[in-house]
Write a protein that binds this ligand. Structure first.
Ligand SMILES: Cc1cc2nc3c(=O)[nH]c(=O)nc-3n(C[C@H](O)[C@H](O)[C@H](O)COP(=O)(O)O)c2cc1C
Length: 196
């Protein structure tokens, strides 16, 4: 059976994003565990703030439909996000809210048909001590509401400004293993869901 293919997204599209670096480590863990990973920046899919009047007038924006297709084409999700005042970011929430809207094919089905029952793994990174840990409960709940199966493993990488080598590796072995472990758990569950 072919390898499961996971979509990797970050709630930060910032250049030099700490969460982007954590995502790369998580992706590595998933690849070692037998998955393929495609890292995509939400910065490449700009979307207006969700607006029901705009949706009524113009339908689903092209970038929302493209993101829906990305979810349809992948077997699971690797996700990192900064914590903004205890929550994950508006960039992430807005993108996934658009993804949840009805498909543009006239079937009336919600975009969540493309994520339901697929595994997801989460982590956060922050320059602060808690590593965005407060946001992870909300991220977990939100993804579950969309229909993802969120693996129990998760990581908050604190003091993340000092956590990486110039080469993008996590200096602390336990932290590295923890982040890789989230990716590996998603890969394993994706294989189990596919029956492989
Ligand atoms: C609006 C805003 C709110 C923030 N709130 C928190 C917070 O609640 N907890 C925290 O640890 N860091 C907080 N930060 C700091 C971010 O963790 C920091 O900017 C981080 O580098 C963003 O992630 P990135 O490097 O992946 O872009 C906040 C930053 C912004 C801009």
């Amino acid at each position: 059976m072919s390898k499961p293919c996971l979509l990797a997204l970050s709630g930060s599209a910032r250049r030099d994003s700490l969460n982007g670096k954590v995502l790369a480590v998580m992706a590595c863990g998933a690849e070692v565990a037998g998955a393929e990973v495609r890292v995509v920046s939400l910065g490449e899919y700009p979307l207006p703030i969700y607006d029901g009047d705009l949706e009524d007038a113009q339908g689903l924006p092209d970038n929302a439909a493209r993101l829906q297709q990305l979810f349809a084409d992948h077997d699971g999700l690797l996700l990192t996000s900064p914590e903004y005042n205890g929550f994950f970011t508006p960039l992430l929430k807005n993108a996934l809210d658009w993804v949840s809207r009805p498909l543009p094919d006239g079937s009336g089905q919600p975009g969540t048909v493309h994520v339901r029952g697929k595994p997801a793994g989460i982590a956060a990174a922050s320059p602060g001590g808690l590593g965005g840990l407060r946001s992870l409960q909300h991220t977990r709940q939100y993804l579950a509401n969309l229909g993802f199966l969120v693996v129990p493993e998760q990581m908050g990488v604190g003091q993340a400004g000092q956590a990486f080598t110039d080469g993008g590796e996590l200096r602390d072995e336990d932290v590295r293993k923890g982040v890789e472990g989230v990716g590996a758990a998603v890969a394993r569950l994706a294989m189990a869901v596919r029956g492989g």
